[in-house]
Design a protein around this ligand. Structure first.
Ligand SMILES: Nc1ncnc2c1ncn2[C@@H]1O[C@H](COP(=O)(O)OP(=O)(O)OP(=O)(O)O)[C@@H](O)[C@H]1O
Ligand SMILES: [Mg+2]
Length: 326
């Protein structure tokens, strides 16, 4: 059975509700919180990520998606909480240790990395085995390790059609090629779980198909993918399971088909109204089109307890768009 069908079949019996238990979870998250000042950016009671699946993580701006990624990969520290990877605790580990265990997130190409060649970017993505352990350094001659890393980098560059660019400065790549490089660089760690934060952002639409194929190929190779994306068509196309966050919490989970039955409303919730100025009266009650949107949203069935269905205000749609996406 192809990887996608096997994963879908495994998830078919899972209840579409927040915190649902999965048949074979690779990541299990419990009671994770992170506050910035008075704001609870993340407050996830329970979340399980199914092994070998592509999990789409969606939610409006400021929902806490990136913060959750940062916490799970050790780049940020939670106020509280714990999470296990393959049954072993992963919380409290530094990012490089998390990565060596096999949980890797992509990073945007920073200015510093843009000044390095594509190949050097790839080499930097490799595990630093020799430098980290004295005994490791004795056992593995630096030159041999370096050679192996370079070979692996070349193989990955071929896979991502970047081999012709190996010696070019990373900064000279197009938006889409940068995203491919970010993905290829993450694969230098041989991850088991790969977390992609808006890998399509700023990419020419002509390239999104090829990017999506690459993401699906990660699943075909047996990797578990967690994928943040705002485009609902992309989410429906690529996800085996969808997790919806708002205001730091998981408000819904389910198969992507559960979202399509509410396409217009969900698109309104996450898409078209994303950066529209919402209107409230002096008491903070929504008025005009905003009130209509709230009513519409309250009728959304995303597998959420209706009494907990968020309003436009409570899901943070009243926040100004921070203009990160282009
Ligand atoms: N370092 C920080 N300091 C203060 N507040 C922060 C910090 N990082 C995130 N926040 C706040 O935490 C909340 C969650 O932000 P986060 O970036 O995780 O959201 P997101 O779901 O990734 O949003 P987007 O879709 O816009 O990327 C937001 O209100 C944000 O302003
Ligand atoms: Mg984000």
């Amino acid at each position: 059975m192809p990887a996608d069908e096997a994963v879908r079949a495994a998830l078919a019996g899972v209840a579409p509700e927040p915190g649902a238990a999965k048949p074979d979870p690779i990541l299990v998250v419990d009671d994770v919180t992170r506050a910035f000042g008075g704001l609870k950016a993340v407050d996830v009671a329970h979340l399980e990520i199914q092994r070998g699946a592509i999990t789409g993580l969606i939610g409006p701006n400021g929902a806490g998606k990136t913060t959750l990624f940062n916490l799970l990969t050790g780049f940020d520290r939670p106020g509280s909480g714990r999470w296990r990877f393959d049954g072993r605790p992963l919380h409290g580990l530094a990012p490089h240790r998390v990565a060596r265990r096999g949980v890797v997130r992509t990073f945007q190409l920073t200015k510093a990395l843009a000044k390095l060649s594509v190949l050097d970017n790839m080499r930097l993505g490799a595990p630093k085995q020799t430098g980290e352990s004295f005994f490791g350094a004795l056992l593995t001659p630096w030159g041999r390790q370096e050679k192996a890393n370079t070979e692996k980098a070349h193989e990955l560059l071929v896979r991502f059609q970047l081999d012709a660019k190996a010696d070019d400065l990373a900064g000279s790549l197009s938006g889409g090629q940068r995203k491919l490089l970010e993905m290829a660089r993450a694969l230098m760690m041989d991850p088991t779980v790969i977390m992609l934060d808006e890998p399509m952002a700023g990419v020419n639409p002509a390239l999104t198909e090829s990017l999506l194929r690459h993401v699906k190929s990660l699943r075909d190779d047996g990797m578990t993918v967690v994928f943040v994306e705002h485009d609902m068509d992309v989410i429906r196309d690529i996800s085996d399971w969808v997790v919806v966050m708002a205001q730091g919490t998981v408000i819904a989970e389910g198969p992507p088909e559960a979202l399509s039955s509410n396409k217009d409303v969900v698109d309104a919730y996450l898409g078209a109204h994303h950066d529209r100025a919402l209107e409230f009266d002096a008491e903070g009650n929504p008025i005009g089109e905003t009130a209509e949107l709230v009513t519409e949203m309250e009728s959304v069935e995303l597998g959420v307890d209706p009494s907990q269905t968020p309003t436009a205000q409570s899901v943070g749609l009243d926040r100004p768009d921070r203009g990160e996406r282009t």
